[in-house]
Write a protein that binds this ligand. Structure first.
Ligand code: NDP
Length: 502
């Protein structure tokens, strides 16, 4: 078990290659969600600090070593970052567990995997290239250049703080952008440790990566509206995403949004039952249900419904709640007090709507392995897809089970939702797997697995789940823009009052 010191650790933030306090000198406390106790102090930045960081990021983009660095050298720098993450993986995992309440077992997996993003995009850095385009007029040479969009603002959430920064940072740096990161006020510490242990020793030039810590609107809105920011990459709730999109539109910034979900996990009667039960559990109770890809709507074919629910409840009942720093713990605390209140309110809403609670349904006490912000793994059956518990994102360990008759009805229910982030399909039929995958309106479909992500595979949402894609070669395009260059090697002339066409 990790030690939990009583003296508050004091952090500084990182702007223009220097450690500093907020310009106001203010700090706020960050809490350990398992104990409910404050453990560190974080600088409370405001619009002034945002301005300083944006100017630094612009200078670093415009002049100095960063724009002069070859693409190959940028690739090497990314690979150095990956190596340093590997070196400090255990420490970074411990900080995330303390600040976020994430399970140590999950954090071991995340911090060991995160370097791959930097190796992959490091490899792609010098494969970014434009094209020579055939010209339709004599003596002209035409080509395109791929150029970085400029200064990028990242606004990241509390549910997987470091990983979601990494997903943005690696392609942005590979493209040649500079960056300002605003982490969630609830989970800032791991990013500041990352800056100290990884970014500083990797010798990333000053101003290329800056961090402004503080409260959502106070820091986030000046960042999204700052004239030096060319692109905003946001992960978080749909309502905040809409606000960010609206603000960014006023100055025509490029925007990518990774938002919420209410993903259908569809189990057909020809599935391998035990695999599907385990997939349903992983879909909703992993990360205490606090993931945008949670399989929070479990669609069960009616012929296997009762048998499936029995097995599901039996397995979920055995989940070990407790200290997230212990490797044997399977369900940890909810990360933030507002989120805890929100989850409990949705449990009440579901009960009020007439859904049947067959497991959990409230806070988990100390005797049950719980504590201050614990919610019992909760399963509702008899859910109708029109209910709020089926339509709205809870972002917690609360599963809605919905019955369906056949493939047609399963697809209709799955798509009858504002979101479109992920979906699961459990079947042994190749025909059904391919046909249903095609008909589901979501950015990711998992067949006979759930919650798999990789640096190689694009990730993002349809509908209200977002705009743009992270991961895979596609993500780098979001940090690039295309310039067309026309060179006339022949004589000038012609009528200057009309557009030059061939
Ligand atoms: P938010 O969407 O509010 O937070 C995401 C990020 O946006 C945080 O860094 C937050 O800062 C920042 N932010 C908040 N307000 C503004 C603003 N006006 N302008 C710019 N940035 C802002 O998530 P919440 O923590 O409020 O969670 C709300 C719901 O969103 C959850 O219940 C869940 O349903 C969903 N969610 C989805 C996530 C996903 O991965 N898709 C991740 C997190 C939440 P700060 O934290 O400091 O307020």
């Amino acid at each position: 078990m990790q030690d939990r010191p009583t003296k508050l650790k004091e952090y500084q933030t990182y702007i223009d290659g220097k450690w500093c306090d907020a310009s106001s000198g203010k700090k706020f406390q960050t809490f350990d969600p398992y104990t409910g106790e404050p453990w560190a102090l974080i600088p409370e930045c405001d619009a002034k600090d945002v301005g300083t960081a944006c100017e630094a990021a612009w200078r670093a983009f415009d002049k100095g070593p960063w724009p002069a660095m070859s693409q190959t050298a940028r690739g090497k720098l990314l690979r150095r970052i990956g190596g340093l993450i590997e070196k400090h993986a255990e420490h970074l995992a411990q900080i995330e567990v303390r600040d976020n309440g994430k399970l140590m077992s999950e954090m071991h997996a995340q911090t060991k995997y995160l370097p791959e993003w930097f190796y992959y995009y490091g490899g792609l850095a010098d494969k970014i290239q434009g094209a020579v385009v055939p010209s339709d007029r004599p003596d002209h040479f035409t080509y395109t250049l791929k150029e970085p969009v400029g200064v990028c603002a990242f606004i990241t959430p509390w549910n997987s703080p470091l990983m979601l920064v990494g997903w943005k940072l690696a392609p942005a740096l590979a493209a040649g952008c500079t960056v300002i990161i605003k982490p969630s006020e609830f989970t800032t510490a791991s990013l500041l440790e990352f800056m100290k242990l990884v970014i500083e020793p990797a010798e990333v030039p000053p101003g290329v990566i800056n961090v402004v810590t503080g409260y959502g609107a106070v820091v986030g809105e000046p960042l999204v509206t700052h004239p030096k920011v060319a692109k905003v990459a946001f992960t978080g709730g749909t309502a905040t995403g809409a606000r960010v999109n609206e603000l960014a539109a006023k100055t025509f910034k490029k925007v990518s949004l990774e938002l919420g979900g209410k993903s259908p996990n569809i189990v057909f009667d020809d599935c391998i039952l035990d695999d599907a039960v385990s997939g349903a559990i992983s879909g909703i109770f992993a990360a205490t249900g606090q993931t945008c890809i949670a399989g929070s709507r479990l669609l069960l074919q009616e012929s296997i419904h009762d048998q499936f629910v029995e097995k599901l409840v039996a397995m979920a009942k055995q989940a070990r709640l407790g200290d997230p720093s212990k490797l044997e713990t399977q369900v940890g605390p909810v990360t933030t007090p507002p989120q805890y209140a929100k989850i409990l309110s949705y449990i009440d809403i579901a009960k009020g709507e007439g859904a049947k609670c067959v497991l959990g349904g409230g806070p988990a006490t100390k005797e049950e392995g719980g504590g201050k912000y614990f919610v019992k793994p909760t399963i509702f059956t008899g859910v109708n897809n029109k209910m709020r518990i089926a339509q709205e994102e809870v972002f917690g360990p609360v599963l809605s089970v919905i019955k369906f008759r056949d493939e047609e009805e399963a697809v209709a229910i799955a798509n009858d939702i504002a979101y479109g982030l992920g979906a699961g399909i459990w079947t042994q039929s190749v025909r059904r797997a391919t046909s249903v995958s095609k008909r589901i309106r979501a950015g990711t479909v998992w067949v006979n697995t759930y919650r798999a992500v990789s640096f190689l595979m694009p990730f993002g949402g349809y509908k209200a789940s977002g705009l743009g894609r992270e991961n895979g070669a596609e993500a780098i395009e979001g940090y690039l823009q295309t310039k067309s260059v026309w060179i006339n090697n022949g004589p000038g002339g012609g009528n200057p009052f009309i557009m030059k066409t061939s």
